[in-house]
Design a protein around this ligand. Structure first.
Ligand SMILES: NC(=O)c1ccc[n+]([C@@H]2O[C@H](COP(=O)([O-])OP(=O)(O)OC[C@H]3O[C@@H](n4cnc5c(N)ncnc54)[C@H](OP(=O)(O)O)[C@@H]3O)[C@@H](O)[C@H]2O)c1
Length: 248
């Protein structure tokens, strides 16, 4: 029987690559994001194994919508990949005064986008997660070395103890919880128009394999962690960064 995976951020970038790979391996996938048209396009690209649920996971209501969709579509689920996230630090409203107001906005917004979207998704779906299930959280190289604002790296670092606690809570049921921390990954919407050729060259130069990461690099790791054979790997933070930051 096919497993069912719920992938937040499944309409673009890393989340889409994760969903495509899981579907190619025979899983049914439920894509979650806020933009219905983007999700519809992604689901069409994946084919009959995909459905989608447009929901804002910063809200509890969004998590309820995903639970309802997953319950109706599949009854129970096997994989939760909480990929949705991003860095809002540079996107503060222009009329916001510089200083404490702007800093407070940036921290609150990044915590909502990166922590609460994952918490709402995982906690909302936990009641229908099967024994032997897989939980994947998404951190970043920024959780280890910062990203300039403090708020993005800190929000990603919150995934690390969350995975450990989920693993301890659910491990007796054969459920694993792990974190993937990517380095610089191209072909996503993450950087918007902010990436310059100079910065790109600098980021690639930090890697040992002298290339940018691609969504498929991360998806391959995610698919293995989500597989039944990965049952003894849990409570881990696994980096995918081409050597830009050594394991720790
Ligand atoms: N690209 C990199 O270099 C890199 C490096 C390290 C870590 N990461 C992490 O990898 C993950 C995936 O990012 P990406 O690179 O693939 O960028 P991306 O293409 O911008 O993907 C982010 C996804 O999250 C969804 N999303 C954002 N806010 C949401 C919300 N409130 N509710 C539901 N869905 C929401 C977006 O869809 P909607 O806008 O339609 O909601 C989008 O599909 C993120 O957690 C990011 O922090 C990325």
């Amino acid at each position: 029987m096919a497993r069912t995976a719920v992938v937040s951020g499944g309409g673009t970038g890393i989340g889409l690559a994760v969903a495509e790979r899981l579907a190619a391996q025979g899983d049914d996938v439920i894509l979650v994001g806020r933009r219905e048209d983007v999700l519809a396009g992604a689901a069409e690209r994946i084919g009959e194994r995909a459905s989608f649920c447009a929901a804002d996971l910063e809200t509890v209501e969004g998590a309820h919508d995903v639970l309802q969709h997953a319950s109706e579509r599949a009854g129970r689920i096997d994989v939760i990949a909480a990929v949705a996230g991003g860095n809002v630090a540079a996107k503060a409203p222009e009329d916001l005064p510089k200083g404490l107001e702007r800093t407070s906005w940036s921290w609150t917004a990044n915590l909502r986008l990166n922590v609460m979207t994952a918490v709402h998704l995982v906690e909302g779906l936990k009641p229908i997660l099967n024994d032997g299930g897989r939980i994947l959280l998404f951190s970043s190289i920024a959780a280890f070395r910062g990203s300039g604002s403090g708020s993005y790296g800190a929000s990603k670092a919150a995934m690390h103890p969350y995975a450990v606690d989920l693993s301890a809570e659910l491990g007796a049921r054969g459920i694993t919880a792990n974190v993937i921390a990517p380095g610089y990954i191209e072909d996503t919407e993450f950087f918007g128009t902010a990436m310059t050729e100079q910065r790109r060259t600098m980021l690639i130069g930090q890697t040992h394999n002298q290339r940018p990461g691609r969504p498929d690099d991360v998806a391959a790791l995610a698919a293995w962690l989500a597989s039944p054979e990965a049952g003894h790997v849990t409570a881990q933070i696994i980096q995918a960064n081409g050597g830009a930051l050594a394991g720790r």
